[in-house]
Structures are given as C-alpha cells and as structure tokens.
Design a protein around this ligand. Sequence first.
Ligand SMILES: [Zn+2]
Length: 1105
Amino acid sequence: MSVNQQAHTGPPYGQPQPGYPGFQQPAYGAQTLPAVPQSQYGAYNGPVPGYQQPVPPQGSLRAPPTSGAPPPASGASHPSGHLAYSQFEHGDVQNGIPASAAPMQRPPASQPFLPGSAPTPVSQISTFQQYGPPPASVQQLRNHMAGMTIGSTAASAPPPAGLGYVSGSFSATGSGLHTPYSASQGPPAAGVGPSSYPPSTAAPRPPAMAGPALPGQTVAGPPSSQPNHVSSPPPPPPPSTMAGLHPGPPISGLHGPPPPTHPPQPGYQMQQNGSFGQMRGPQPNYGGAYPGPPNYGSPPGPPPPPKRLDPDSIPSPQLNELPPQQKPRHRIDPDAIPSPIQVIEDDRNNRGSEPFVTGVRGQVPPLVTTNFLVKDQGNASPRYIRCTSYNIPCTSDMAKQSQVPLAAVIKPLAALPPEEALPYLVDHGESGPVRCNRCKAYMCPFMQFIEGGRRFQCCFCSCVTEVPPHYFQHLDHTGKRVDFYDRPELSLGSYEFLATVDYCKNNKFPSPPAFIFMIDVSYNAVKSGLVRLICEELKSLLDYLPREGNMEESAIRVGFVTYNKVLHFYNVKSSLAQPQMMVVSDVADMFVPLLDGFLVNVSESRTVIASLLDQIPEMFADTRETETVFAPVIQAGLEALKAAECAGKLFIFHTSLPIAEAPGKLKNRDDRKLINTDKEKTLFQPQTSFYNNLAKDCVAQGCCVDLFLFPNQYLDVATLGVVPYQTGGSIYKYAYFQLETDQYRFLNDLRRDVQKEVGFDAVMRVRTSTGIRATDFFGAFYMSNTTDVEMAGLDCDKTITVEFKHDDKLSEDSGALLQCALLYTSCAGQRRLRIHNLSLNCCTQLADLYRNCETDTLINYLAKYAYRGVLSSPVKTVRDSLINQCAQILACYRKNCASPSSAGQLILPECMKLLPVYLNCVLKSDVLQPGPEVTTDDRAYIRQLVTSMDVAETNVFFYPRLLPLTKADVDSDSLPAAIRNSEERLSKGDIYLLENGLNIFVWVGVSVQQGLIQNLFGVSSFSQISNALSTLPVLENPFSKKVRSIVDMLQGQRSRYMKLIVVKQEDKLEMLFRHFLVEDKSLSGGASYVDFLCHMHKEIRQLLS
Ligand SMILES: [Zn+2]
C-alpha cells in the first residue's frame, strides 16, 4: 500500500460507533462541557468485521480476546517478560525506505477541496467562531487620551498576625449547620448559560461524517499552488508579493535601509522608539496589573505617546538612493500590509465548507480559525497533530538553509466536536497490538503487507515482521488486506489499542485513579470566603467526576486534606457517622496517618463527605494562622496515592508563599530590578531544586498536580509551578481573589478541570520514518531520557510540541511518517494506547517547503522555544534570535523562491505573510517584554501556560480577537466580523469585545448611543457604567442577549473561563486594554506592526546583501 493512499469510500467507522454508549453524565449545573471525550468508545472486537459489539469497559479487568488466544507465533509475538513501557524500547531504526514498497506517488503539494464532492455537514459546530463578512469600513479614532491618570490602590489585605490554630486530634461533631452561604454562591449554575458550551458528548453523534466520502477524484485534481490562506489561486510560481506591495508601483515605506556596506543611516529611527532597541525606559503611564483586577500602583505619568500610526514616522533613510520613479509617497497604508483578519476570512471562505479528508499525504489543513469537520482516512486529524510544514526538505542542508523549524504540535487526547468519531478502541486480546519487531512501531495504515499477507514491512524502519497467525488476512489484487476497512489500525490515522499487562507498571493492571482535594485553610483563604466556596462546590461537583462512557458512576475515589502550617487528613469512611480528622504537624517527614477511609467512593461515603464539607469552613472560621506549607502537601498526596497503589490527581487550592518551616520553604525573592539584566532568567527559574525532585517522584507514581492559586502578593509561581508543570497538570491563578467578582470564573475552571478527560501515568513516544527523528520537546511533562515524554496526567487540553531534525536524506517518493503513541490509564483504570499517524511530503525545492507551511503552528513552536529560552538566556538574546531566525526564513525565500524584483521590495511567502505580525506579538508578549505593571508571577504563569497551548490557543493569545459588538446582527447566530487589533480601528461610537483566551474585554466608546448603554449595562449614561463589572447584567432585550450569547460562546471555546473586564474609553483601565491592541506600538516598548515590518525588511535586506 502506498503512503499516498487514495481517499476511499465509506469505511464503516466514518460513522458514529454503533456501540457508542452515550454519555450519561448529565449537565452539571448550567454548564455543559465542551465536547470532552469521556472515553466512551465503541468496542472494536478484534478481527470481527464491523464494530457492532460493544464491550463495556472492564475497569482493571480486560475483555477476553474474541478471536481466541493466538498461539505464540514464532518471532512475531511479544517476548515474554516484557518490561513496563516496552513499547518504548529503543529500536535501531536505520534502514532505508522500504525497498519493496510500492512507489509512492507524490501528490499535489497541497490539495484543494473540490466543491460538491461531499455533502456539507448540516450541523456545523456551533461553538466555533463564525465571522461575518469583513468590515466594510473602518472608522478611525484619534484620541490621545491625554491627561489620563492612574490611581493607586492598596494591593493586599494585611492579615492579622498570630498563630491561633492549635492542632489536635479531633472528632468532628459539629452540627454541620452554618448560615447559608450568600445567595451569590448558589448551586453550580455559575456564569455560563447552557449555550456557552458545546453540546456535551451526551448527545448521540449525528452521522455528520456518514455521508458518501469524497470520491477518489478529490485527490486527482491538478495541484493548486496555494489553496491555503488565499482567496484565489495565485500563479503557480509562488513568489507572492505582499498584498498591496506588488512589484511595479512605487511603495516606499517598506524599502528597507541600505545594505550594511553603507554607513549607518542616522535617519533610521527604530532604536529611538524603543521598538527594537536594547533597553526601554520605564513606561510610567502603563498602569494595571495584568491580568488581575485594578491595582494601579503607578503614579500618574506623562500622557502616552500618540498612538496613531504615523506613516511619516516610518523612516525611509535610503530614499535618496532610489531611482526617482521609485521615490514613494510617504505612507504605509496599514490596509496594504498583510492582515490577519483577511487571511482568516479567506481561509474560512475557501476551506470552511468542505470536510477536511485526511487521505492524502502532506495536505495542509485549514487554519485553526476556520470551522471545519475532519474525516479520518488514514492520517491523524489536525485536531491531534499540526505541523509547521507539511512538506519537509529532503536534506538537512536544505532545512538549515531555510531555517524553517520542523515541528509538530501534538494534542493526543484532544476533544472532538460531536460530529466527529472518537478513536476506535481495538482489542487484540492477550497478544496485544501488532508491532514492528525492530522499532516497535504500531500497526498502522502505512505498513506494507507482503508475501501474500504473511509478513509486513515496517514503514518506519523497513524491518520485515511476521504477521501473527491470529492477525493473518489475505490480500486483494492490489495488495491490500481484504479486511482493510474493518480494521481501524489499517485504515485510520488515529485509533486506540487496549493495552496488555505488558504495558502496565510492575506488570499489574492499574487501579482506578484517585482525586485528592487539598485546601489551604490559612487566614486569607478563610477570610476571603474561598474555603467555604470550595467546600460548597465540592458537595455537588463530586457527582461529576470523569467516568467511562457507560459506567453508572465514576471509578475515581476521592480524599480530602486541609492545611496551613500543618496538615489535616480526614477519614470519610462510609461506616462513620461523622468524619474524623487526623493532624500531622511533623511536616518535615510527611506521612499519611490513615489508609483505610482516606480514599473513598463518593456515593458510598456521600453522607460523611457532605458532613465534612459542611464542617470544614466552620472549623477554621476563626483561624489566625497566616503561614502555609506547600511541598509537604504534595508529598502527602503522593504518599496517599503510593499507599493506594494508584495514579491520581491532586487539586491544591493555595493562597500564599510557603514560608512556614518545612521542606520546600520559600523566600520572597521577587526583584523587578533584574528585568533586562543578565539575571532576569532567575525570575523564571525555581529558587530551589527541591520541587524538581518532588516532581520526579510524582511522575513515577502517576501523581498529577493541578494548582489553583489565590495570591494577594508574590508567591513565586516559578517555583510553585514546577510540580504541576512537570506532572502534566494545570495552574490557575486568581490574583486578589474576591468572592463576588471571581467566583464564577474560578468555579467554572474548577468544574471543567475536575470533569475533563484525563489520562494518567502517560508516556508518549514519537516515532519517525528513517531520515528524521524527534529531537526536542516542549510542554508540561517530565523526561528521564531523550525519547519518552512522561506525564503523570495528560488532559484533553494539553499539547506537546515536538521538533524534528534530519539524520539522513529523505526521499520525495517515500515522504516522511510520524507515529505518536501515547500509553495511558483511562479514568476507569483501563490501560490503553492511543496512536496517531501522519504522513508528510518531502521536497527538493525550497518553494515546496514555503508553499506548505503553517504560520500559526510556526508561531506556536517559536513562542515555546523562546519561552524556554528565557530560562537560560537573557531575554534580549532570546528576542534577537527570534528576529534573526525569522529574517533568515524570509530571506531564504526571497533569495531562492521569489522572482527577481527590486531589492527594496518586501516579498513574503503567501503561507507566511503573517509571520512578521505574529512574531511581533510574541516579541511584545509579557514574558519577553513586560510592561512595568506585569508582575514576576504573571510572567512565570504566562510562560508555563503558553508552553502547553495548542495552535488555536497561541493564535488568539498572541493576536487577540477583536469584535465590534455594536455591529452584531441580533437576529443571527453569527459573530460580527472581527477587526484588526489597532486603536485606529476603534470607533468611539461603538462597543467592542476583545478576547485572548484568558481575558475578555468589553470596550465602550465615549460616544456610544445612550440606548445601547442602557440595553447592555442597564444604566442611563456612559459615566454610570461600572468598570468593576465581572459579568454583564442579564437584561431582556435583543442586544443584551446577543452580547451575552457571544460572550458565552467564546467562553465555551476556551479551556479556561476568561475574566471579563469592562473598559470605558479614556478610563484608567483602558491602558490595560490597549496592551492587547497588538498592531500598535505598546507602552512597554513593543513595536507597532508597521514599524516591525520595516525592521524585518531591513534585517532581510542585510542578510541578502
Ligand atoms: Zn520498524
């Protein structure tokens, strides 16, 4: 079989799995989760054609193989005594491309969809953004907002001193009665309305993909050079000049400075505006803690510099050297430089209407901003894997020349829209999955069956392996196995295998995992109402723990710990009338004082747990204890999981720097003076290696840590985050937590975090075909060797970016293959392997590389690369090397791919025309160029967040989405057309929404009609709008409903609940908002898009001269 397999028709599993048991989990509160796969796999029972026989998940028991236990086949079965994780044994992968493989035809560099070849799915995913038409006109706002002053607000409430809490053995006998908590707390209805999340997986999957598949001729079309990112096919030789910068007409601003042989041009002002210079002066006018609540510590400063793009300020120092006819007008029209909005819109129009069928090698998928369905026909969906390029240079020389990083962004457990089928679970019985004898790659659509089907040749290492007798099948006249369409592992890009005991730790099937809730009960936590909030929430949330699809209740057990300077464990055994507390005050050597009764089944111990959760807020209501420990808390959870011999997750709710005497004690070492010095990197590094060692122990046990932080001051996220980060966990931060304004956000995050799909004790290995190999990894995980990515827990939102390097030549005929294998334990304790395969093209022409790149993925990689770089290098060095690499990428294109034209012309590859604007956003981000009000903790937090983001998340994080709400059509479901992130695009008569995945800003212009203000905010004038709003008032009018539905829709698309901030034009909070207008010059010294484009042009010219 050729790698370049043709799209085939109608495999039975393009449809919802017949055995799909349905997602029985009712919506929790008002919240339905985004399509989180809950492991409800239809069973796939071995070599039975079709998938009609669901087998209920067996927990730790395995289903017997339906095909009968095969006799050990010589040389083909697993060696007995397999070590744990034997799938990840090193194989020596050194052979060339399979010699006997049928020559693989090189498909078109990229494949356009032919309209009409498949029915458009009726139901599109409602939660995906839908932009309307592009903005017809842009009103400009030239408001300098002078005279803005920024007040100063005290940050943290000083806690009283004192060590009031005395520990002791305690048998809780409290009445459990307490004043009903404020009405605002309420049942888990929080924040989002039902519409805010996509339909849960409960809904039977509509057969959106069941229609006739794209016929084979889909792949037979003539190669179209640029189906991606453009609205009309450009001429085949691809040097596409930038929109508005065609050769010929004189366009000046982008004519860079002269080559370096000329003396420096004094007129080049880049350094002066701080855009590209070394050091920026403080920006006294930039107020606002990010992303926290108003906390403007800065004194009033001088008015900000004029914000509007002034083309005249763009230096064109070399004008005198240009021939007269090229002397340009002094203007760079912002509309003439590549627009992210336009690119997004074009892709949506060109590629959003047809499913993306994965049957063709090296296809560039639609952009992450395009709403499309995926039909798996042999390659993994782009929801699982996206690449920086789908056409890899054949040689490492070529790769080095282009400087285009070869990387894949992998989200192994990604949630799918309900219209798409989850990966099938394949059970090969006791013999386990069929694998290559040498490199241990798993059976996949690219393996080549030979000798009448008795053996197969590995597509990764060429080794020939016997087909085990139970797996034997005849080949048809094309050499394809006759059961091809019946077996997911032969015809699909993504699928799962049920793992055998060989894949389990200590050769023992795992127990179901446990969740341990560990609540800080120090003064701040109690006083802010947080403890009570958490306890109230848990009472209902515990009924919604993740479970296998058709199980009545979750297999996950739960346990509870509270702590300040000491730890309190609770016995909540079902036979007890009341919970019992046991205190461990010796935190230096943590142990778990009880085994029986600590981890319990929720339904069995429901009464005792409810009683405990009622009592905890009362018990600590009068605490005076302000100090906390932290490491011992993790150690306690780890020890509990060890004792229970299971994996699990710790949910830690923590408020302060752990200064109490204990292992892992920290000191306040925050020092903003280090910014822009060689020591800046220490701000991102942990202050002690203690937590790295602890993380290692946690990973070994499968103990994943999710950390919810509620700081009122510096608490060293860089250090506290080490364990969550390295165990594959998440960090959430709610600075200056206030019950009233922050509880919805926190509760929504908590609910989603507790309920979402997560795999435990996970190990990921990426195999590649000969010629390239995975060399570097970015994400939240731990690595004890150079190949295996280990995660104590891996949830559906976590992404791993993998970089590849050449170690040999690749061939255009064979292409290149990736196979990502994730071994993990499901939430019911079932050991599984999830396999994703992807085939890529290889090229000998640089133009083919540049035609098949994906800038969004490139930015994801570059951001993660840079964000790791700040741990070891000065931030300026990191920024400079980013600029340099991108300049080289673009210079290589200009030199080798673009048609000859004036040297003064900036020519960008079509697929990378947004590289400058997006790169500039990365360079201006808080990690690489912080404003004065960005705290050290914010930077460490953002750095860790971005490292786990997928491509869609980095896209909107670096280039936020800006929607004119007043242009929304209240009668339609669609979103208003997005506009570019520049103040120039804002009109003071309109209201806008800006979202970046962490925040939602609602910006209100000073001249907005009173009626609109009344409808949205329920007040009669602009001045009455409160900027303390954290939600929009619920008002019964079409505009209010429309805006709230937009907000809910956006919230549902993101993995975190975004903080809503209302910003009035000319209000002090506007400084915070303007930070996100990323095409403008930033107050922290970041360049405007136009300035940066000029700078890049200069860099490119220097490289070319
Ligand atoms: Zn192999």
